[in-house]
Design a protein around this ligand. Sequence first.
Ligand SMILES: Cc1ncc(COP(=O)(O)O)c(C=O)c1O
Length: 457
Amino acid sequence: MVTQTAANLQQLRDSALEHLWVYLREPSDMAEKGEPAVYVSGEGVRVTDAQGNTSIDAMSGLWLKNVGYGRKEIADAAYEQMLKLTYMPMGTTTEPTIRLAEKLAEITPGDLSRSFFTSGGSESVETAIKLTRAYFKRVGEPARIKFISRRDSYHGATAGALALGGSSLYPRGDYEPLMPGTFHVPQPNFYRCEYGSETAEQCAERCVQAVEDTIKFQGPETVAAVIAEPVSSPMGAVVPAPNYWPRLREVCDKYGALLIADEVITGFGRTGKMFACEHWGVTPDIMTVAKGITSGYIPMGGAITRRNIADAFIGSQRVSFRHVITFGGHPVAAAAALRNIQIMEDEELVENAARMGAYLLDGLKELQDKHPMIGDARGLGLMCGMELVRDRETKEPYPADADLGNRLTSGFQSNGLILRGGDNMNVAPPLCVTASEIDEIISTMDKVFTQVSRELG
Ligand SMILES: Cc1ncc(COP(=O)(O)O)c(C=O)c1O
């Protein structure tokens, strides 16, 4: 293992503090804490920093290291493609890109069958927005320009995707005015149901009713699509009741709006099915993917459309989809994605995600029984989450000055566990995680929760 000398590492950190934007971090805070941490290697579910400290990454990077770290086969596939061809002449394609589109048509539900590749999740959502509007222009319904999404959702950082998302955890005020024509409805989060529902099914039904009411209020002829993450991340793995997605499909069909499933996190096995929509037997009109498509070995994403959507762009009367993303469908990324999906299939990692996800959730529920600060523990497959509260009865969160998030995050970190603490937490290790690694995650969380509850009295 190559570790940095102390002087080298300090120089790297100083340079980062001077020249780098580190996501969601502020330089003076990092400087005070001797950060940013600099990581140098990874293997399976573990990563090692420049000082030689090894931790379990229970967040899979950002829900993306599905096959785990250090898979040489993916590096080899990318390397071999790099030696052959690293881009293509304009208006042409390459074999790995075609094979990947073919593979996605095979493994995605229903007649999702044509892929537009991008470099990541935000671009995939942006592509879905443009495809939707362009589609309705092609089929003679040009007034359909509006989008309905849910509060407490996240769809990406670019202008359109940012407007679709919306959560107090990711305030958007700095970037206003946002894309007009987006309308938000409640998230089917039973723990915090906006309607005070008595069952998860009732919460789901009322949230779908809100979609229908919004469509009617806006005028059905103006609504282009409803977009939703099958399991939503910002508030900590919000899993809707089983009636939600089928009813969402029905309402979209009733009013002629498209249904877009944003599977950027949930796609490629995360929830214990290859795609989360399969849990409820629903085929969306457009599915957006990224992250797990290459397990984050190289940037890639895509918007995958059903046949009827794609067909609207075919033929002499049709104008092609005017949308170019330079690195979309890059042959090296496609080769890496194909090898990544093959590993998932060969090693039955989707099945492992279902089994280990159930085991992880049991562990989180045991923690909930033991620690009053855990108000809710939930999840589907290896997309688990928790909500922390000061008072279980009132569900009141901890006040900001309790510094709950930082206390937990640094407690996890000093015990070799990478997890972001806060009122809403996500726990999502790589799909190759074993039962004994989950035991480690749970026992470390137990220790840190015990310590932080003691500190907070
Ligand atoms: C559901 C969802 N959609 C889109 C995005 C944006 O993806 P990216 O960060 O790759 O642009 C994310 C990122 O976390 C996401 O969770």
